[in-house]
Write a protein that binds this ligand. Structure first.
Ligand SMILES: NC(=O)c1ccc[n+]([C@@H]2O[C@H](COP(=O)([O-])OP(=O)(O)OC[C@H]3O[C@@H](n4cnc5c(N)ncnc54)[C@H](OP(=O)(O)O)[C@@H]3O)[C@@H](O)[C@H]2O)c1
Length: 360
């Protein structure tokens, strides 16, 4: 079983499963999550399959996600076995700007709430959830280091920041001997490959393993939605959120329907589910440390947990790569072999071994 083979996260000594369990679906507050009994089943199934890596955030389902994880961990006395990742950034008190964001005052407030809801006195992996566009990297990285020294946090990371901010943070941490960032948590899937340009090389170069979120593009890459006269049919979170302001609707493009059609044909050739092929492809890309799987139903999780139990042959993997390849963009257009040959005097250019994709 692929889940009970563990890997160290980024440059750290923390051992984690290559599939993490997402818990944004733990709780019904947001209109598309699971109730407590189902969430407990999801948690227990993941643990029994050998998984050890649980992702949550103080934001999720208004705190229910953290509370239930704390409860499920305690019920089975698993605190030393599981690796709990949680996050801060989102505001907990309307009208009070310091009850959100990434400044020291909020981080020190947020961690106490997470510790209390999770029923623990330490967090294994504490992440900045989203860049607030204001707080200097120095302040964040120093505060996270303080939390490690206080024993409240074991490892630290960033989610959803620009690459320059992550690079600056990690370089500062290394130069000042603060706890280095061991992970970058980012959206990545066959329909969202932007991180290949900056974040994958960054993670490989500076020792940050990428934790992938929304590997199925919120269910789209399970193949259960169909295009329908400029819109779509099918039920699940995307249908529930159809008229919300979420960026979800941006995913329903002609290009993405073509990616799904290719995925479907490859899944048929392999005899695997569409979701398994999408997860497998994502997990095996360079720089990817762990893929966070989400589910609202037990059958979905059981399907997803088998995603690493097979190999996609190169020829089929290439077909997926080609159909989903991002559009060329400056300055990456300058890094192609032709222009590089002009730089290197016509000699063959050897790319760095991993992660330096010719996304041009
Ligand atoms: N750092 C961040 O900013 C950030 C952002 C988002 C998420 N996350 C983390 O990443 C985790 C995963 O994100 P996500 O839930 O968006 O992941 P996802 O894998 O893209 O979508 C999961 C959803 O797809 C549907 N699904 C999953 N497996 C399926 C299957 N085999 N067949 C059919 N439908 C299936 C389910 O929704 P339905 O049943 O409703 O269709 C499920 O909840 C979250 O729980 C959270 O921990 C982090």
């Amino acid at each position: 079983m692929s889940l009970d083979t563990y890997y160290t996260l980024g440059g750290s000594g923390l051992r984690v499963s290559r599939l993490a369990l997402g818990s944004m679906t733990f709780g019904t507050e947001w209109g598309w999550g699971a109730n407590e009994d189902t969430a407990r089943q999801l948690f227990n199934t993941y643990i029994d399959a050998g998984g050890n890596f649980i992702d949550t955030a103080d934001l999720y389902t208004n705190g229910t996600s953290e509370r239930w994880i704390g409860k499920f961990v305690a019920e089975r006395r698993l605190r030393d076995r599981v690796v709990i990742a949680t996050k801060f950034s989102y505001n907990a008190e309307p009208g009070n700007p310091n009850a959100g964001g990434n400044g020291r005052k909020n981080i020190l407030r947020a961690i106490e709430g997470s510790l209390q809801r999770l029923g623990t006195d330490f967090i294994d992996l504490y992440l900045l959830h989203t860049w607030d566009r204001l707080t200097p990297a120095e302040e964040v990285i120093r505060t996270l280091d303080d939390l490690v020294r206080l024993g409240k946090v074991r490892y630290v990371g960033l989610s959803d920041t620009p690459a320059w901010y992550a690079a600056r943070s990690q370089t500062l941490a290394q130069c000042r001997s603060y706890e280095p960032l061991s992970t970058l948590q980012l959206e990545y899937s066959l329909v969202e490959r932007n991180i290949e340009r900056e974040f994958v090389p960054l993670g490989l170069e500076l020792g940050m393993g990428i934790m992938v979120w929304s590997p199925l593009a919120r269910g789209l890459l399970s193949g259960k939605y169909q295009p329908n006269e400029g819109s779509f049919t099918g039920s699940g979170r995307l249908e529930t959120m159809r008229n919300s302001n979420s960026p979800t609707s941006l995913k329903m493009t002609e290009r993405n329907w073509q990616i799904i059609a290719q995925l479907e044909s490859i899944a048929k050739e392999l005899g695997n589910s569409i979701a398994q092929v999408a997860l497998n492809w994502t997990a095996n890309r360079p720089g990817i440390a762990s893929v966070i799987v989400g589910a609202t139903k037990l059958a979905q999780l059981e399907d997803n947990l088998k995603a690493l139990d097979f190999q996609i042959p190169d020829e089929l993997s290439d077909r997926l790569e080609i159909v989903s390849r991002p559009e060329p963009q400056f300055p990456y257009t300058f890094f192609n072999p032709k222009i590089q040959a002009m730089i290197h005097g016509g000699k063959p250019v050897s790319l760095k071994p991993k992660g330096y994709y010719p996304v041009m």
